[in-house]
Write a protein that binds this ligand. Structure first.
Ligand SMILES: [Zn+2]
Length: 93
């Protein structure tokens, strides 16, 4: 028995998410493998992962989605949280 199993979460559709490749909405599925978020579009087959910064890393499965897309992935898809720098905030005591 090994404990180094990759923990996969169930795939599920992201409501309101727009595919960065084909711009179809509600076609993106998301799941996590070993706490790495993966996304996949069921409409065009586009898939990517998100890095620690929440940025899209397209997988290299196919170059057909390798178009110079001016559109960035829908920010709604990425649940990134930017924590404010506490040093910038003066606590009002
Ligand atoms: Zn797509």
């Amino acid at each position: 028995m090994s404990e180094s199993t990759v923990i996969k979460t169930k795939k599920r559709f992201i409501a309101g998410a727009v595919c960065p490749a084909c711009s179809e909405s509600d076609k993106l599925m998301m799941w996590s493998e070993d706490e790495v978020p993966h996304r996949e579009c069921v409409a065009c087959g586009y898939s990517d992962t998100l890095n620690a910064q929440g940025q899209s890393i397209p997988s290299e499965l196919g170059t057909r989605v390798n178009q110079s897309a001016p559109k960035v992935a829908n920010p709604k898809v990425q649940t990134v949280q930017f924590f404010p720098n506490p040093k910038l905030k003066k606590p009002e005591a």
